[in-house]
Design a binder for this molecule. Structure first.
Ligand code: GDP
Ligand code: MN
Length: 382
């Protein structure tokens, strides 16, 4: 589970990490009011859980109310890497001289958490790790003993952080480790940790991913998750419809019944060179209305370029599913994205006959269906 930037910043600030003054806003007037209260210049930042928001137009620095209004109008409602932006963080701009990176993650190879520090913050750290691994200082931590203060100092020293801020950076790193440990973190990261002209350090961004399996013992974070999910229209829809749904980053939409079958379909999409857009399990005994809701879900995802239906009839009957697909698609003057269907199991033959081939592509095997959907997705995105 991933916290939003504004939530992670709150968690970090509560633990004593310096963060800029900020307020959350969800409409243009709210942004301007927040900016006036904070004082210009401010940064207006899209609250979506993807990196590289700046480059994608999701972060703007503004100097006055007109600019704040303009930034709010362009960012609120925008589609950022497939995510709809409905909230922004309005934040005191930082007058910085340097951007550092500090992070804690699990090193699976070593089976230990690792603290990382780099003076090449402010850019995608994965790229730095690939181009110039030496630019990131690493210190493994024995979770039984926690991070010893000298380990934090050593990582900061090895990274080549300037003397004048070394002590403060070490202290942020120590706090970050404690949070990671206390909150069952999977990753905790500050990129950039900005250094100001008067040698103060301040967390200009915040990432905190929590181990899902530990959420039961982190009730305040679980609440944040609910709040965060409430911001995503698709997750909300999935809740309303009662689907098991996970949004992914690809463009081939997937609908199936049974978690195992949906997972298999995901793997096959990947196998044929496509990228799954989602996991969507419609469950057993899927009636026509449920099928229509499932289609509505994937059609509402702007990332989706094609859809593959993979239904194995047991309780769910092929003819029922086929009728649902027809009914759902007949409502459109033009089908929004090509749909490929594969039916198997109970009443599959009847289902195949019922399916309106003017509206969908029917395939006999799962492999053919997936391959076709991946092809369609490829054609659309070219
Ligand atoms: P991300 O690209 O989605 O991780 O968003 P960040 O919060 O890390 O911001 C991206 C970049 O915006 C930073 O690395 C800065 O270079 C730039 N930026 C410039 N001025 C500011 C400022 O005052 N505050 C913040 N947060 N970012 C700024
Ligand atoms: Mn960042």
């Amino acid at each position: 589970m991933k916290l939003h930037e504004y939530q992670a910043k709150q968690v970090f600030a509560d633990a004593g990490v310096p963060t800029p003054d900020s307020q959350l806003a969800s409409d243009v007037d709210g942004v301007v009011t927040a900016a006036e209260e904070i004082g210009y210049p401010v940064a207006v930042k899209a609250q979506v859980q993807v990196g590289g928001r700046g480059k994608a137009g999701g972060i703007k620095l503004v100097d006055d109310a007109d600019e704040a209004r303009e930034a709010a109008e362009s960012i609120l409602g925008m589609d950022l890497k497939g995510y709809h932006v409905d909230r922004v963080l309005v934040e005191e701009a930082v007058d910085f001289t340097n951007e550092l990176y500090v992070g804690i993650t699990m090193d699976r190879g070593e089976g230990k958490p690792v603290a990382m520090v780099s003076t090449r913050g402010g850019v995608n750290i994965e790229e730095v790790a690939e181009e110039d691994p030496e630019a990131i200082a690493r210190e493994h931590i024995d979770p039984a003993f926690g991070m010893h203060p000298y380990q934090a100092r050593k990582a900061v020293y090895d990274a080549g952080v300037d003397q004048s801020v070394a002590r403060d950076v070490s202290s942020v790193l120590t706090t970050l480790y404690q949070l990671w440990d206390d909150k069952d973190g999977a990753d905790a990261e500050i990129n950039p940790l900005m250094v100001t002209s008067d040698n103060e350090v301040i967390a200009a961004d915040a990432v905190m991913n929590i181990d899902e399996d530990a959420l039961f013992r982190q009730p305040e974070l679980a609440e944040m998750e609910e709040e965060a999910a409430g911001g995503d229209e698709l997750e909300q829809k999935a809740d309303e419809y009662g689907f098991d749904y996970v949004r992914l980053e690809g463009n081939t939409g997937i609908i199936g019944n049974g978690a195992g079958l949906v997972m298999t379909t995901l793997d096959l999409v990947d196998h044929y060179g496509g990228e799954p857009a989602n996991f969507l399990d419609v469950g057993g005994g899927a009636k026509a209305a449920r099928i229509a809701n499932a289609l509505d879900m994937v059609f509402s995802d702007d990332n989706v370029d094609s859809v593959v239906f993979n239904i194995f009839g047991g309780i769910t009957r092929g003819d029922e599913v086929a009728r649902g697909i027809n009914e759902a698609l007949e409502q459109f003057d033009e089908i929004p994205k090509p749909v490929v269907v594969r039916l198997a199991g109970t009443n599959w033959e009847e289902g195949m006959e019922i399916l309106n081939e003017d509206l969908v592509t029917v395939e006999q095997t799962l492999e053919d269906a997936v391959q076709r959907a991946v092809e369609y997705a490829g054609e659309v995105s070219e």
